[in-house]
Write a protein that binds this ligand. Structure first.
Ligand code: GSH
Length: 173
């Protein structure tokens, strides 16, 4: 399909409806009421112009005033900085670092991360073992959750960034 022309000053997010990474960026855009448009990409048949913008071919990608931002965490950080003056990630350096450490724990494609455990669960045969693994990888999250959100009464950056996976947990059952 041809490249849809970009409106000036509007943020565009290249997305895919079921992608949890793209959902991260869409949630932050909504939270800050940023005027934006969503262009869904067929990830099984990516248009050449999309690959020119992001050679890795993944969504989300933000396009803003002819600038390209890739990788969901970086997209969300950009939006928080630009539209929320770092409200979600905060300016306090240790809180910032802690949130990023938790996101790393979550993202890693290695054993011991949530993402790894979810991916593994699709083909697993022994579900009892899997349940225990989930409990183990979720433990640090459980321990640092003191209130309704990681940010207390209000959601933090971390709350938004991990939510798409939690929303999908009932499907695992
Ligand atoms: N590290 C990337 C991962 C994004 C990702 O894997 N997105 C998937 C869809 S859920 C994708 O674009 N897959 C297409 C492909 O890898 O070709 C991010 O955080 O943005």
């Amino acid at each position: 399909s041809p490249y849809p022309p970009l409106a000036p000053n509007k943020v565009r997010v290249y997305s895919m409806r079921f992608c949890p990474y793209a959902q991260r960026a869409r949630m932050i855009l909504k939270y800050y009421n940023v005027p934006h448009e969503i262009v869904n990409i067929n990830l099984k048949d990516k248009p050449a112009w999309f690959l020119q913008k992001n050679a890795s071919g993944t969504v989300p990608v933000l396009e803003h005033n002819e600038r390209i931002i890739t990788e969901s965490v970086i997209c969300c950080e950009y939006l928080d900085e630009r539209y929320g003056q770092n409200k979600l990630l905060t300016r306090e350096s240790y809180t910032r670092a802690k949130q990023k450490m938790m996101i790393e724990k979550f993202n890693k494609a290695r054993k011991g991360s949530i993402n790894y455990t979810i991916c593994k669960s699709i083909s697993v045969e022994d579900f009892r073992d899997l349940k225990q693994q989930f409990e183990e990888v979720l433990q640090p999250f459980e321990e640092s959750l003191q209130n309704k959100f990681f940010g207390g009464d209000e959601p933090y950056f971390l709350d938004f960034l991990i939510w798409p996976w939690f929303e999908r947990f009932p499907a695992l059952e």
